[in-house]
Design a binder for this molecule. Sequence first.
Ligand code: HSE
Length: 440
Amino acid sequence: MADALKIGIAGLGTVGASLFRILGERHNMLAVACGRDIRVTAVSARNRSADRGVDITATAWFDNAVTMAAEADIDVFVELMGGAGDPAYTAVKTALNRGLHVVTANKALLAKHGVELAALAEEKGVILNFEAAVAGGIPVIKALRESLTGNTVSRVYGIMNGTCNYILTRMEKEGLSFEACLKEAQRLGYAEADPAFDIEGNDTAHKLSILTTLAFGTKIAADDIYLEGITNISLEDILAARDLGYRIKLLGVAQKTASGIEQRVHPTMVPQDSVIAQVDGVTNAVAIESDVLGELLMVGPGAGGNATASAVMGDIADIAKSRPGSQLVPSLGRPATMLDAYIRGEMQSHEGGYFIRLTVEDRAGVFASIATRMAENAISLESIVQRPQAATQGDDRKTIILVTHATTESSVRKAVDTIETEGYLIGKPQVIRIERPKAA
Ligand code: HSE
Protein backbone atom coordinates (compact mmCIF):
# COMPACT_ATOMS: atom_id res chain seq x y z
CA MET A 1 0.00 0.00 0.00
CA ALA A 2 1.25 3.52 -0.78
CA ASP A 3 2.09 5.89 2.07
CA ALA A 4 -0.83 7.55 3.85
CA LEU A 5 -2.05 10.80 2.32
CA LYS A 6 -1.78 13.46 5.03
CA ILE A 7 -4.45 16.14 5.10
CA GLY A 8 -4.50 19.55 6.77
CA ILE A 9 -7.91 21.20 7.13
CA ALA A 10 -8.03 24.98 7.44
CA GLY A 11 -11.45 26.07 8.68
CA LEU A 12 -13.60 23.98 11.01
CA GLY A 13 -17.02 25.53 10.45
CA THR A 14 -20.04 23.53 9.27
CA VAL A 15 -18.19 22.00 6.32
CA GLY A 16 -14.79 21.53 7.96
CA ALA A 17 -16.25 19.76 11.00
CA SER A 18 -18.39 17.51 8.76
CA LEU A 19 -15.34 16.64 6.66
CA PHE A 20 -13.22 15.86 9.71
CA ARG A 21 -15.93 13.55 11.07
CA ILE A 22 -16.65 11.82 7.75
CA LEU A 23 -12.98 11.18 6.90
CA GLY A 24 -12.62 9.54 10.32
CA GLU A 25 -15.77 7.44 10.02
CA ARG A 26 -14.94 6.30 6.48
CA HIS A 27 -11.24 5.73 6.93
CA ASN A 28 -11.30 2.04 6.00
CA MET A 29 -13.67 2.47 3.10
CA LEU A 30 -11.54 5.26 1.63
CA ALA A 31 -8.35 3.25 2.10
CA VAL A 32 -9.84 0.41 0.06
CA ALA A 33 -11.13 2.75 -2.65
CA CYS A 34 -7.90 4.77 -2.93
CA GLY A 35 -5.33 2.13 -2.15
CA ARG A 36 -3.89 4.18 0.69
CA ASP A 37 -4.86 5.65 4.05
CA ILE A 38 -6.18 9.18 4.21
CA ARG A 39 -5.35 10.82 7.55
CA VAL A 40 -6.10 14.27 8.89
CA THR A 41 -2.83 15.27 10.53
CA ALA A 42 -3.33 19.01 11.03
CA VAL A 43 -6.17 21.46 11.56
CA SER A 44 -6.49 25.20 11.85
CA ALA A 45 -9.41 27.40 12.88
CA ARG A 46 -10.10 30.60 14.76
CA ASN A 47 -10.99 28.99 18.09
CA ARG A 48 -9.41 25.76 19.27
CA SER A 49 -11.92 25.02 22.01
CA ALA A 50 -15.21 25.64 20.12
CA ASP A 51 -17.68 22.75 20.40
CA ARG A 52 -17.85 21.22 16.91
CA GLY A 53 -18.94 17.70 17.80
CA VAL A 54 -15.58 16.27 16.70
CA ASP A 55 -12.47 15.39 18.70
CA ILE A 56 -9.47 17.29 17.35
CA THR A 57 -7.26 16.83 20.41
CA ALA A 58 -5.02 14.22 18.76
CA THR A 59 -4.50 16.34 15.62
CA ALA A 60 -1.77 18.96 15.26
CA TRP A 61 -3.29 22.40 15.84
CA PHE A 62 -2.33 25.65 14.10
CA ASP A 63 -3.74 29.04 15.11
CA ASN A 64 -2.78 30.36 11.72
CA ALA A 65 -3.76 28.76 8.41
CA VAL A 66 -0.79 30.28 6.56
CA THR A 67 1.60 28.77 9.09
CA MET A 68 -0.14 25.43 8.66
CA ALA A 69 0.25 25.69 4.86
CA ALA A 70 3.95 26.51 5.30
CA GLU A 71 4.96 24.12 8.06
CA ALA A 72 2.53 21.28 8.75
CA ASP A 73 3.40 17.70 7.93
CA ILE A 74 0.77 17.35 5.19
CA ASP A 75 0.40 16.44 1.51
CA VAL A 76 -2.93 18.19 0.90
CA PHE A 77 -4.04 21.59 2.14
CA VAL A 78 -7.84 21.73 2.39
CA GLU A 79 -9.08 25.31 2.50
CA LEU A 80 -12.56 25.70 4.01
CA MET A 81 -12.26 29.18 5.50
CA GLY A 82 -13.92 31.12 2.70
CA GLY A 83 -13.33 34.69 1.59
CA ALA A 84 -11.57 36.03 -1.50
CA GLY A 85 -8.75 37.65 0.45
CA ASP A 86 -6.47 36.66 3.29
CA PRO A 87 -5.88 34.41 5.06
CA ALA A 88 -7.36 32.06 2.40
CA TYR A 89 -5.47 33.58 -0.56
CA THR A 90 -2.03 33.61 1.05
CA ALA A 91 -2.56 30.20 2.65
CA VAL A 92 -3.49 28.56 -0.67
CA LYS A 93 -0.59 30.23 -2.49
CA THR A 94 1.80 29.19 0.25
CA ALA A 95 0.59 25.59 0.02
CA LEU A 96 0.89 25.48 -3.78
CA ASN A 97 4.34 27.10 -3.71
CA ARG A 98 5.40 24.44 -1.23
CA GLY A 99 4.29 21.72 -3.67
CA LEU A 100 1.17 20.68 -1.71
CA HIS A 101 -2.05 19.68 -3.44
CA VAL A 102 -4.95 21.97 -2.59
CA VAL A 103 -8.67 21.29 -2.24
CA THR A 104 -10.92 24.27 -1.68
CA ALA A 105 -14.64 25.02 -1.50
CA ASN A 106 -13.95 28.74 -1.79
CA LYS A 107 -15.82 30.15 -4.78
CA ALA A 108 -15.07 33.77 -3.86
CA LEU A 109 -11.33 33.03 -3.87
CA LEU A 110 -11.51 31.20 -7.21
CA ALA A 111 -13.69 33.87 -8.80
CA LYS A 112 -11.01 36.44 -7.98
CA HIS A 113 -7.74 34.50 -8.18
CA GLY A 114 -8.67 31.22 -9.89
CA VAL A 115 -6.57 31.67 -13.03
CA GLU A 116 -3.48 32.68 -11.07
CA LEU A 117 -3.89 29.76 -8.64
CA ALA A 118 -4.52 27.24 -11.44
CA ALA A 119 -1.40 28.47 -13.23
CA LEU A 120 0.63 28.12 -10.04
CA ALA A 121 -0.67 24.58 -9.45
CA GLU A 122 0.29 23.65 -13.02
CA GLU A 123 3.76 25.17 -12.64
CA LYS A 124 4.32 23.20 -9.42
CA GLY A 125 2.85 19.95 -10.83
CA VAL A 126 0.19 19.66 -8.11
CA ILE A 127 -3.58 19.32 -8.09
CA LEU A 128 -5.97 22.18 -7.33
CA ASN A 129 -9.46 20.73 -6.90
CA PHE A 130 -12.64 22.65 -6.08
CA GLU A 131 -15.73 20.52 -6.73
CA ALA A 132 -17.41 21.85 -3.58
CA ALA A 133 -17.12 25.45 -4.75
CA VAL A 134 -20.07 25.20 -7.15
CA ALA A 135 -23.49 23.69 -6.44
CA GLY A 136 -22.46 21.86 -3.26
CA GLY A 137 -22.41 18.11 -3.76
CA ILE A 138 -23.32 18.13 -7.48
CA PRO A 139 -20.27 16.96 -9.50
CA VAL A 140 -20.59 19.75 -12.05
CA ILE A 141 -16.90 20.72 -12.09
CA LYS A 142 -15.89 17.21 -13.00
CA ALA A 143 -18.64 17.03 -15.64
CA LEU A 144 -17.46 20.21 -17.37
CA ARG A 145 -13.75 19.67 -16.82
CA GLU A 146 -13.57 16.04 -17.81
CA SER A 147 -16.75 14.35 -19.02
CA LEU A 148 -17.75 16.98 -21.60
CA THR A 149 -14.29 17.43 -23.13
CA GLY A 150 -14.72 17.73 -26.91
CA ASN A 151 -18.23 19.16 -26.68
CA THR A 152 -18.91 22.78 -27.58
CA VAL A 153 -21.01 24.24 -24.79
CA SER A 154 -23.57 26.88 -25.76
CA ARG A 155 -25.23 27.56 -22.41
CA VAL A 156 -24.89 26.70 -18.75
CA TYR A 157 -27.45 27.80 -16.23
CA GLY A 158 -29.09 26.83 -13.02
CA ILE A 159 -29.98 27.28 -9.39
CA MET A 160 -26.65 27.55 -7.61
CA ASN A 161 -27.44 29.04 -4.24
CA GLY A 162 -29.16 26.79 -1.72
CA THR A 163 -29.97 29.61 0.68
CA CYS A 164 -31.90 31.62 -1.92
CA ASN A 165 -33.75 28.59 -3.20
CA TYR A 166 -34.62 27.59 0.34
CA ILE A 167 -35.98 31.08 1.07
CA LEU A 168 -38.02 31.33 -2.15
CA THR A 169 -39.45 27.83 -1.69
CA ARG A 170 -40.53 28.32 1.92
CA MET A 171 -41.99 31.74 1.21
CA GLU A 172 -44.13 30.26 -1.57
CA LYS A 173 -45.15 27.03 0.16
CA GLU A 174 -45.69 28.35 3.68
CA GLY A 175 -46.22 32.07 3.21
CA LEU A 176 -43.32 32.75 5.61
CA SER A 177 -41.46 36.03 5.68
CA PHE A 178 -38.14 36.50 3.91
CA GLU A 179 -36.38 37.21 7.22
CA ALA A 180 -37.71 34.07 8.95
CA CYS A 181 -36.61 31.86 6.05
CA LEU A 182 -33.15 33.43 5.95
CA LYS A 183 -32.69 32.86 9.70
CA GLU A 184 -33.60 29.20 9.27
CA ALA A 185 -31.16 28.83 6.34
CA GLN A 186 -28.44 30.26 8.58
CA ARG A 187 -29.36 27.90 11.41
CA LEU A 188 -29.14 24.93 9.03
CA GLY A 189 -25.63 25.94 7.93
CA TYR A 190 -26.55 26.81 4.33
CA ALA A 191 -25.79 30.52 4.33
CA GLU A 192 -22.45 32.25 3.89
CA ALA A 193 -20.75 33.86 6.91
CA ASP A 194 -22.20 37.11 5.53
CA PRO A 195 -25.60 36.08 4.11
CA ALA A 196 -25.68 39.22 1.96
CA PHE A 197 -23.47 37.22 -0.42
CA ASP A 198 -26.31 34.72 -0.80
CA ILE A 199 -29.35 36.98 -1.07
CA GLU A 200 -27.71 39.68 -3.16
CA GLY A 201 -26.58 37.11 -5.72
CA ASN A 202 -22.77 37.43 -5.31
CA ASP A 203 -22.38 33.79 -4.33
CA THR A 204 -24.24 32.66 -7.45
CA ALA A 205 -22.14 35.07 -9.52
CA HIS A 206 -18.88 33.64 -8.13
CA LYS A 207 -20.05 30.11 -8.97
CA LEU A 208 -21.28 31.13 -12.42
CA SER A 209 -17.95 32.76 -13.27
CA ILE A 210 -16.18 29.46 -12.53
CA LEU A 211 -18.64 27.49 -14.67
CA THR A 212 -18.26 30.00 -17.52
CA THR A 213 -14.51 29.41 -17.58
CA LEU A 214 -14.91 25.64 -17.59
CA ALA A 215 -17.70 25.76 -20.19
CA PHE A 216 -16.22 28.27 -22.63
CA GLY A 217 -12.47 28.15 -21.97
CA THR A 218 -12.26 31.86 -21.17
CA LYS A 219 -10.55 33.62 -18.28
CA ILE A 220 -12.65 34.05 -15.14
CA ALA A 221 -14.64 37.29 -15.34
CA ALA A 222 -16.59 37.53 -12.10
CA ASP A 223 -16.89 41.33 -12.34
CA ASP A 224 -18.55 41.11 -15.75
CA ILE A 225 -21.81 39.64 -14.54
CA TYR A 226 -25.19 41.36 -14.57
CA LEU A 227 -26.30 40.91 -10.97
CA GLU A 228 -29.63 41.14 -9.17
CA GLY A 229 -30.35 39.26 -5.95
CA ILE A 230 -33.63 38.26 -4.34
CA THR A 231 -33.90 40.99 -1.72
CA ASN A 232 -36.56 42.85 -3.73
CA ILE A 233 -38.74 39.79 -4.29
CA SER A 234 -41.88 40.10 -2.18
CA LEU A 235 -44.38 37.48 -1.13
CA GLU A 236 -46.81 39.34 -3.39
CA ASP A 237 -44.54 38.66 -6.42
CA ILE A 238 -44.21 35.00 -5.49
CA LEU A 239 -47.97 34.56 -5.12
CA ALA A 240 -48.76 36.48 -8.31
CA ALA A 241 -46.23 34.35 -10.18
CA ARG A 242 -47.84 31.20 -8.80
CA ASP A 243 -51.30 32.32 -9.90
CA LEU A 244 -49.92 32.89 -13.41
CA GLY A 245 -48.38 29.40 -13.54
CA TYR A 246 -44.78 30.31 -12.69
CA ARG A 247 -42.27 29.97 -9.88
CA ILE A 248 -39.52 32.44 -9.06
CA LYS A 249 -35.96 31.10 -8.90
CA LEU A 250 -32.61 32.83 -8.64
CA LEU A 251 -30.86 31.66 -11.79
CA GLY A 252 -27.31 32.09 -12.96
CA VAL A 253 -27.03 31.95 -16.75
CA ALA A 254 -23.95 32.00 -19.00
CA GLN A 255 -24.37 31.68 -22.74
CA LYS A 256 -22.63 32.40 -25.99
CA THR A 257 -24.21 35.27 -27.92
CA ALA A 258 -23.28 36.94 -31.22
CA SER A 259 -21.32 39.58 -29.29
CA GLY A 260 -19.53 37.42 -26.73
CA ILE A 261 -20.50 35.64 -23.54
CA GLU A 262 -23.45 36.85 -21.54
CA GLN A 263 -23.33 36.17 -17.80
CA ARG A 264 -26.29 37.10 -15.64
CA VAL A 265 -27.71 36.34 -12.22
CA HIS A 266 -31.22 37.44 -11.41
CA PRO A 267 -34.59 36.28 -10.11
CA THR A 268 -36.33 34.46 -12.94
CA MET A 269 -39.87 33.23 -13.46
CA VAL A 270 -39.95 29.70 -14.82
CA PRO A 271 -43.09 27.74 -15.83
CA GLN A 272 -44.41 25.67 -12.92
CA ASP A 273 -44.30 22.49 -15.00
CA SER A 274 -40.60 22.88 -15.95
CA VAL A 275 -38.13 20.59 -14.18
CA ILE A 276 -36.18 23.51 -12.77
CA ALA A 277 -39.33 24.90 -11.15
CA GLN A 278 -39.63 21.67 -9.14
CA VAL A 279 -36.16 22.10 -7.64
CA ASP A 280 -37.05 23.07 -4.10
CA GLY A 281 -35.36 24.01 -0.86
CA VAL A 282 -31.60 23.79 -0.58
CA THR A 283 -31.41 21.64 -3.73
CA ASN A 284 -29.42 23.04 -6.66
CA ALA A 285 -29.71 22.28 -10.37
CA VAL A 286 -27.25 22.93 -13.18
CA ALA A 287 -28.11 22.49 -16.86
CA ILE A 288 -25.43 22.33 -19.53
CA GLU A 289 -26.31 22.55 -23.23
CA SER A 290 -23.64 21.19 -25.56
CA ASP A 291 -23.48 20.02 -29.15
CA VAL A 292 -22.54 16.36 -28.93
CA LEU A 293 -24.31 15.40 -25.71
CA GLY A 294 -27.32 17.73 -25.89
CA GLU A 295 -28.81 18.86 -22.57
CA LEU A 296 -27.42 17.57 -19.30
CA LEU A 297 -29.30 18.41 -16.12
CA MET A 298 -27.79 17.69 -12.73
CA VAL A 299 -29.87 18.10 -9.56
CA GLY A 300 -28.71 17.59 -5.98
CA PRO A 301 -27.93 19.00 -2.54
CA GLY A 302 -26.46 22.46 -2.96
CA ALA A 303 -25.29 23.50 0.50
CA GLY A 304 -24.81 22.29 4.06
CA GLY A 305 -22.10 20.36 5.89
CA ASN A 306 -22.51 16.87 4.47
CA ALA A 307 -23.27 17.85 0.85
CA THR A 308 -20.23 20.09 0.67
CA ALA A 309 -18.00 17.70 2.61
CA SER A 310 -18.96 14.91 0.18
CA ALA A 311 -17.59 16.94 -2.74
CA VAL A 312 -14.41 17.77 -0.79
CA MET A 313 -13.98 14.09 0.10
CA GLY A 314 -14.26 13.16 -3.59
CA ASP A 315 -11.57 15.72 -4.46
CA ILE A 316 -9.28 14.34 -1.76
CA ALA A 317 -9.89 10.79 -2.99
CA ASP A 318 -8.91 11.84 -6.54
CA ILE A 319 -5.60 13.10 -5.16
CA ALA A 320 -5.12 9.91 -3.17
CA LYS A 321 -5.67 7.86 -6.35
CA SER A 322 -3.31 9.94 -8.50
CA ARG A 323 0.22 8.64 -8.85
CA PRO A 324 3.42 10.70 -8.99
CA GLY A 325 4.43 11.44 -12.56
CA SER A 326 0.97 10.83 -14.00
CA GLN A 327 -0.63 13.50 -16.20
CA LEU A 328 -2.69 15.93 -14.10
CA VAL A 329 -6.08 17.23 -15.25
CA PRO A 330 -5.81 21.04 -15.60
CA SER A 331 -7.89 22.67 -12.85
CA LEU A 332 -9.82 24.90 -15.24
CA GLY A 333 -10.33 22.30 -17.96
CA ARG A 334 -7.42 23.49 -20.09
CA PRO A 335 -3.99 24.78 -19.10
CA ALA A 336 -4.34 28.22 -17.51
CA THR A 337 -2.04 29.70 -20.17
CA MET A 338 -4.42 28.49 -22.91
CA LEU A 339 -7.54 30.27 -21.57
CA ASP A 340 -9.04 32.77 -24.02
CA ALA A 341 -9.79 36.38 -23.18
CA TYR A 342 -13.34 36.94 -21.93
CA ILE A 343 -15.49 39.09 -24.21
CA ARG A 344 -18.68 40.36 -22.64
CA GLY A 345 -21.94 39.85 -24.55
CA GLU A 346 -24.35 42.73 -24.14
CA MET A 347 -27.09 42.10 -21.58
CA GLN A 348 -29.37 44.52 -23.42
CA SER A 349 -29.68 41.90 -26.16
CA HIS A 350 -31.41 39.52 -23.76
CA GLU A 351 -34.76 38.48 -25.15
CA GLY A 352 -37.61 36.79 -23.36
CA GLY A 353 -40.89 37.48 -21.67
CA TYR A 354 -41.22 39.77 -18.65
CA PHE A 355 -43.38 39.97 -15.54
CA ILE A 356 -44.02 43.58 -14.53
CA ARG A 357 -45.76 44.52 -11.27
CA LEU A 358 -46.93 48.10 -10.89
CA THR A 359 -48.66 49.65 -7.90
CA VAL A 360 -50.70 52.55 -9.21
CA GLU A 361 -53.19 55.18 -8.14
CA ASP A 362 -56.73 53.98 -8.81
CA ARG A 363 -57.92 56.49 -11.39
CA ALA A 364 -59.26 56.60 -14.93
CA GLY A 365 -56.81 56.24 -17.79
CA VAL A 366 -54.06 54.40 -15.93
CA PHE A 367 -54.70 51.04 -17.60
CA ALA A 368 -54.89 52.69 -21.01
CA SER A 369 -51.67 54.61 -20.44
CA ILE A 370 -49.76 51.50 -19.41
CA ALA A 371 -51.05 49.60 -22.46
CA THR A 372 -50.05 52.53 -24.70
CA ARG A 373 -46.49 52.66 -23.35
CA MET A 374 -46.15 48.95 -24.02
CA ALA A 375 -47.48 49.32 -27.58
CA GLU A 376 -45.15 52.27 -28.26
CA ASN A 377 -42.22 50.00 -27.49
CA ALA A 378 -43.57 47.17 -29.63
CA ILE A 379 -44.19 45.03 -26.56
CA SER A 380 -46.92 42.46 -27.02
CA LEU A 381 -48.83 41.57 -23.85
CA GLU A 382 -49.71 38.03 -22.91
CA SER A 383 -51.86 39.27 -20.02
CA ILE A 384 -52.64 42.35 -17.98
CA VAL A 385 -54.58 41.87 -14.75
CA GLN A 386 -55.49 43.80 -11.66
CA ARG A 387 -54.61 41.81 -8.55
CA PRO A 388 -57.11 41.55 -5.70
CA GLN A 389 -56.66 44.24 -3.10
CA ALA A 390 -53.93 43.45 -0.56
CA ALA A 391 -55.09 44.05 3.03
CA THR A 392 -52.34 46.61 3.52
CA GLN A 393 -53.44 48.70 0.53
CA GLY A 394 -56.02 51.43 0.67
CA ASP A 395 -58.89 51.78 -1.83
CA ASP A 396 -56.95 54.44 -3.69
CA ARG A 397 -54.29 52.11 -5.10
CA LYS A 398 -54.24 48.98 -7.20
CA THR A 399 -51.66 46.39 -8.21
CA ILE A 400 -51.42 45.68 -11.92
CA ILE A 401 -49.52 42.69 -13.24
CA LEU A 402 -48.39 42.49 -16.85
CA VAL A 403 -46.88 39.47 -18.54
CA THR A 404 -45.26 40.24 -21.89
CA HIS A 405 -44.45 38.02 -24.83
CA ALA A 406 -40.77 37.83 -25.84
CA THR A 407 -39.29 41.29 -26.12
CA THR A 408 -35.96 42.95 -25.46
CA GLU A 409 -34.51 44.20 -22.20
CA SER A 410 -34.15 47.69 -23.69
CA SER A 411 -37.82 47.86 -24.80
CA VAL A 412 -39.01 46.92 -21.32
CA ARG A 413 -36.62 49.43 -19.73
CA LYS A 414 -37.87 52.22 -22.00
CA ALA A 415 -41.54 51.45 -21.36
CA VAL A 416 -41.08 51.22 -17.59
CA ASP A 417 -38.94 54.37 -17.49
CA THR A 418 -41.70 56.30 -19.25
CA ILE A 419 -44.38 54.87 -16.95
CA GLU A 420 -42.31 56.04 -13.99
CA THR A 421 -42.57 59.64 -15.20
CA GLU A 422 -46.34 59.68 -15.55
CA GLY A 423 -47.36 60.42 -12.01
CA TYR A 424 -49.69 57.53 -11.23
CA LEU A 425 -47.06 55.03 -10.06
CA ILE A 426 -46.64 54.33 -6.34
CA GLY A 427 -43.24 52.93 -5.34
CA LYS A 428 -40.82 51.20 -7.69
CA PRO A 429 -42.00 48.92 -10.49
CA GLN A 430 -41.00 45.28 -10.17
CA VAL A 431 -39.60 43.65 -13.33
CA ILE A 432 -38.79 39.93 -13.39
CA ARG A 433 -37.50 38.10 -16.45
CA ILE A 434 -39.30 34.98 -17.63
CA GLU A 435 -37.36 32.00 -18.99
CA ARG A 436 -38.76 28.94 -20.68
CA PRO A 437 -35.95 26.42 -20.27
CA LYS A 438 -35.70 23.77 -23.01
CA ALA A 439 -35.62 20.46 -21.18
CA ALA A 440 -35.06 21.77 -17.68
N1 HSE B 1 -24.20 29.71 0.89
C1 HSE B 1 -24.08 28.76 -0.16
C2 HSE B 1 -25.47 28.38 -0.61
C3 HSE B 1 -23.31 27.56 0.32
O1 HSE B 1 -26.43 28.70 0.07
O2 HSE B 1 -25.61 27.76 -1.65
C4 HSE B 1 -22.91 26.62 -0.77
O3 HSE B 1 -22.00 27.21 -1.64
